[in-house]
Design a protein around this ligand. Structure first.
Ligand SMILES: Cc1cc2nc3c(=O)[nH]c(=O)nc-3n(C[C@H](O)[C@H](O)[C@H](O)COP(=O)(O)OP(=O)(O)OC[C@H]3O[C@@H](n4cnc5c(N)ncnc54)[C@H](O)[C@@H]3O)c2cc1C
Length: 388
């Protein structure tokens, strides 16, 4: 948003419109042929969509232009994330993968060799790369919970431990793994490593969850990581991790708003057609208020998300707090709005004829992943109360 208007800049309105049209004309018809819970399109279908998306500049929108991405501003990323989420698999696979998957932004903090070896091919291929922080000992407070350990032996580190709930680990080209090189319970004792492929000693086990797209438990047993694959210095891991999480929460929030807005539209269309007790649902105050509350809450969530994006770009404000607020408000709003849409649709709301039941399940994770709501409230409360 520019300083003197509440409108999106013209360039972003055009991108918003382009993505919305691409979703309707290209992504939706392709996804309609896939099973209800699919989280990937057939390879040839996806390749066709990706070629079209690349041709119009919609490729890895969060990655820098000089490395092959679209290099959009944080606000631009939020705008694209909102529209790209408006498909059945959109909660976890925006635009069904048509726009590629950005490598974690932390890779751009790496050495020129790491950027060349991992970052640039990551953008080129646009495949999911995993980011492994959480462990069985707790994901909400990783600085204190991480128990995986990396010990330097000459020109390599030897990694031991395990990670839980890691999305996209299977078949990934590489991932970023956080392990302890210093004292237990010390924020400064964590170091980030790039783990290339699936080296000897690394094993994966799928963890079935509420969504069909299972995350993985990864076990590392004496896995060797060359020193040149350490990302940043020893002890800088937590700062690298926060960069990814804090900036990522803005498009994360925007995506949930997109899903909820699509769910609300389904509910509105249904309420205008469906009759009970001799009148349309749209004529009943109980339904009108659900629709009105949903729209008001979504507008508020969007503005908070866009404000966080503006702080990310301008540096004028506390980005950590703003992105926590956006994440909590957007994910909780989206959960309520989809719940109301399910209610308005009745039995159809929970049937697999429509995307609502899938969105209802998958949005539930959003209040836990990338930091549970309670932790974000704690971040804000600490700032307000001046406590630690
Ligand atoms: C489907 C899925 C995919 C995931 N993908 C990834 C991934 O790709 N990479 C990755 O690293 N992690 C991933 N995660 C892990 C996710 O980030 C963690 O589940 C999350 O951070 C919570 O950690 P936990 O599950 O260990 O819960 P815990 O840390 O044990 O917390 C449990 C609950 O305790 C409460 N709580 C915690 N702290 C506080 C507090 N200060 N005040 C009040 N209440 C509190 C909250 O209600 C929280 O939900 C994924 C999780 C899921 C479910």
């Amino acid at each position: 948003m520019s300083a003197d208007t509440w409108e999106l800049p013209e360039e972003l309105r055009q991108i918003q419109d382009t993505v919305a049209r691409f979703m309707a004309a290209e992504v939706k018809p392709a996804e309609d042929r896939a099973p209800h819970d699919a989280y990937a399109l057939p390879g040839d279908v996806l390749a066709g969509l990706q070629a079209k998306a690349r041709a119009i500049g919609l490729w890895c929108v969060r990655s820098p232009q000089e490395h092959g991405g679209a290099g959009l501003s944080t606000l631009g990323q939020a705008v694209v994330a909102e529209e790209a989420a408006k498909c059945r698999m959109g909660a976890y696979v925006p635009a069904c993968g048509a726009f590629g998957a950005d490598p974690p932004n932390a890779i751009w903090l790496g050495t020129p060799e790491q950027v060349r070896k991992y970052g640039v091919p990551g953008v080129e291929q646009g495949r999911k790369i995993y980011f492994a922080i959480s462990e069985a000992s707790g994901g909400a407070d990783p600085a204190r919970s991480i128990r995986s350990r990396a010990v330097r032996k000459g020109d390599r580190y030897v990694l031991n431990g395990s990670k839980m709930w890691i999305t996209g680990a299977e078949g990934a080209d590489w991932g970023i793994v956080f392990a302890r090189t210093g004292e237990q319970g010390d924020r400064g004792g964590i170091t980030a490593f790039i783990v290339n492929g699936q080296p000897k000693g690394m094993t994966l086990k799928a963890i079935p969850v509420i969504r069909s797209y299972a995350p993985y438990e990864i076990t590392f047993k004496d896995v060797e990581v060359p020193v040149e694959d350490r990302l940043g210095e020893e002890g800088q891991g937590f700062a690298i991790c926060e960069k990814w999480l804090v900036e990522g929460r803005i498009p994360y929030a925007a995506g949930t708003i997109g899903i909820a807005q699509a769910a609300l539209q389904i509910a509105i269309d249904w309420a205008r057609e469906r009759e009970t007790f001799k009148s349309k649902l749209a004529d009943k105050q109980a339904i009108q208020w659900m629709v009105a509350d949903s729209e008001m809450e979504l507008r508020a969530a969007r503005l908070l998300t866009w404000q966080a994006a503006w702080i990310a770009e301008s540096g004028r404000g506390d980005l950590k707090v703003a992105s926590s607020i956006a994440k909590v408000v957007a994910t909780e709003t989206a959960g309520r709005v989809v719940d109301r849409a399910v209610q308005i649709l009745g039995g159809m709301g929970v049937s697999q004829e429509l995307p609502l039941e899938r969105w209802y399940r998958e949005l539930r994770i959003k209040r836990i992943g990338e930091g549970p709501s309670e932790v974000h409230r704690m971040v804000l409360a600490r700032q307000l109360l001046g406590t630690r």
